[in-house]
Design a protein around this ligand. Structure first.
Ligand code: FES
Ligand code: FES
Length: 162
C-alpha cells in the first residue's frame, strides 16, 4: 500500500490489518502532533485530514485516526498538523487564528481542532448550505476540549470563514 503523508510518499510492503493510522503515525513514524485521547472515536484529539480525489478535484475530510485502519488510507493523502505550517516556521492561517483568539490552553486537543478547521476551510459551501455558525458547529462536533471552553475556538473558526 502507499499514501502521501503531507508531502512525503510512504510505501509499505506489508502492514498488520489491525494497525490504526494513529498508531502508525505516532509509533512507527514518530509523528506525535496527532494526539491519542479516548482511542475510541469520541474526543477528536487524533483528528487528521484525508484528501481523496473526487470528480472535481481533491476532497478533504476530517477523520479520527484512532479508529481508521492504516489500510483504509491507501492511495490517499493524509494531512497532519505537522504538515500545516510553512517551512519558514510561519503558522498556517488556521493555527494563527487559534493563537489570535487564545483558543488553546493545555494544547492537547488543539491539533485535532486545527485539523477539523483545516478540513472545514477546504470544503466547498453548497448553495443550499447552512449558516457559517452551523457549519462550524457541525465541523467541530467531534472535537472535545476540557479546558479552554469553546467560545475562543468558535471565534477562531468564525474569523476563518468571514
Ligand atoms: Fe479520541 Fe481518536 S483519540 S477520537
Ligand atoms: Fe486543553 Fe483543549 S486546550 S483540552
Amino acid at each position: 500500500m502507499q499514501f502521501m503523508l503531507n508531502q512525503t510518499h510512504i510505501q509499505l510492503d506489508e502492514c498488520a490489518p489491525d494497525t490504526t493510522l494513529l498508531e502508525y503515525l505516532r509509533t512507527h513514524l514518530v509523528q506525535r502532533g496527532t494526539k491519542e485521547g479516548c482511542a475510541s472515536g469520541d474526543c477528536g484529539a487524533c483528528t487528521v485530514v484525508l484528501a481523496e480525489s473526487g470528480g472535481d478535484g481533491l476532497r478533504y475530510r476530517a477523520i479520527n485516526s484512532c479508529i481508521t485502519y492504516l489500510g483504509a488510507v491507501d492511495g490517499c493523502q493524509v494531512i497532519t498538523v505537522e504538515g500545516l505550517s510553512h517551512q519558514s516556521g510561519q503558522l498556517h492561517p488556521v493555527q494563527q487564528a487559534m493563537v489570535d483568539q487564545h483558543a488553546s490552553q493545555c494544547g492537547f486537543c488543539t491539533p485535532g481542532f486545527v485539523m477539523s478547521l483545516f478540513a472545514l476551510t477546504h470544503q466547498p459551501q453548497e448553495p443550499h448550505d447552512t449558516t457559517p455558525t452551523e457549519r462550524i458547529h457541525q465541523a467541530l462536533g467531534g472535537n472535545l476540549c476540557r479546558c479552554t471552553g469553546y467560545r475562543p475556538i468558535i471565534d477562531a473558526a468564525k474569523s476563518l470563514l468571514s
